[in-house]
Write a protein that binds this ligand. Structure first.
Ligand SMILES: Nc1nc2c(ncn2[C@@H]2O[C@H](COP(=O)(O)OP(=O)(O)OP(=O)(O)O)[C@@H](O)[C@H]2O)c(=O)[nH]1
Ligand SMILES: [Mg+2]
Length: 218
């Protein structure tokens, strides 16, 4: 049972918008900085958002892949940036038309959200690297979008397996992934630190000049 001080230090999340269509995406025009949670269907994106918020039903979760069908923006308090829960990619059993519509929604979101500051790329620690994950990592690299690698479902994975996956992803992303479990809460504090750092960079360009320590002119 987490103690009260832990709860006080954990930011809270508020559902800000649920967007189903390209039109809604365009008209929403949210200019708050955003960190998108991307990953294959069933990797645990929505569960991780719930675990980060210490809430059970904030984001919709299902054991059946393809649960999240919309782009969902959760505002982080008190920081002011958003975590964006995306539909998962790579779910073969959906109809082709539906998969195309989702892919278009995800792509449009990623390509046309100027306030997107980073991508949290979620990878199931039990599943070998998939082409779709590599494509997503390459997409971010090509746009100089920072990627926070997140290995999910650590509770289901042996230590050795996790370490091997972490190495592979460190090579691909150039940075160590955070290993998490939404069940045991492993790695969540570390992930919050990484997310808050990435969310904060949104504010640095303006302030950076001011906080360099350069002497002021009278
Ligand atoms: N054991 C374990 N199960 C998890 C964990 N995270 C998620 N799950 C389970 O994995 C399944 C899928 O979780 P979701 O959070 O809905 O996955 P998602 O990535 O949002 O899936 P889509 O919305 O379909 O893209 C659910 O049955 C969750 O309970 C975890 O850390 N450990
Ligand atoms: Mg989901």
């Amino acid at each position: 049972m987490p103690d009260q001080s832990d709860k006080k230090n954990t930011p809270s999340l508020e559902l800000l918008a649920t967007l189903y269509t390209l039109n809604q995406l365009e008209s929403a025009a949210h200019d708050l900085p955003q960190i998108a949670f991307a990953g294959r269907s069933n990797v645990g994106k929505s569960s991780l958002i719930n675990a980060l918020a210490r809430r059970k039903t904030l984001a919709k979760v299902s054991s059946e892949p393809g649960k999240t069908r919309s782009v969902n923006l959760f505002k982080v308090h008190p920081d002011g940036f958003c975590l964006t829960d995306l539909p998962g990619y790579g779910y073969a059993r959906r109809g082709q038309e539906e998969r195309k519509a989702w892919a278009a929604l995800i792509q449009r979101y990623l390509e046309h959200t100027p306030s997107l500051r980073a991508l949290a790329l979620l990878i199931d620690c039990r599943i070998p690297t998939q082409e779709s994950d590599r494509i997503m990592a390459e997409f971010a690299r090509a746009r100089s979008l920072p990627v926070i690698g997140v290995l999910t479902k650590a509770d289901k994975c042996r230590l050795q397996e996790r370490a091997a996956q972490a190495k592979t992803w460190e090579r691909l992303l150039g940075d160590k992934p955070v290993v998490v479990s939404s069940v045991t809460r492993m790695g969540l504090d570390e992930l919050w630190v990484r997310l808050r750092e990435a969310g904060r960079t949104a504010e640095t360009p303006l302030n950076a000049e001011i906080s360099t320590g350069a002497p002021e002119h009278a």
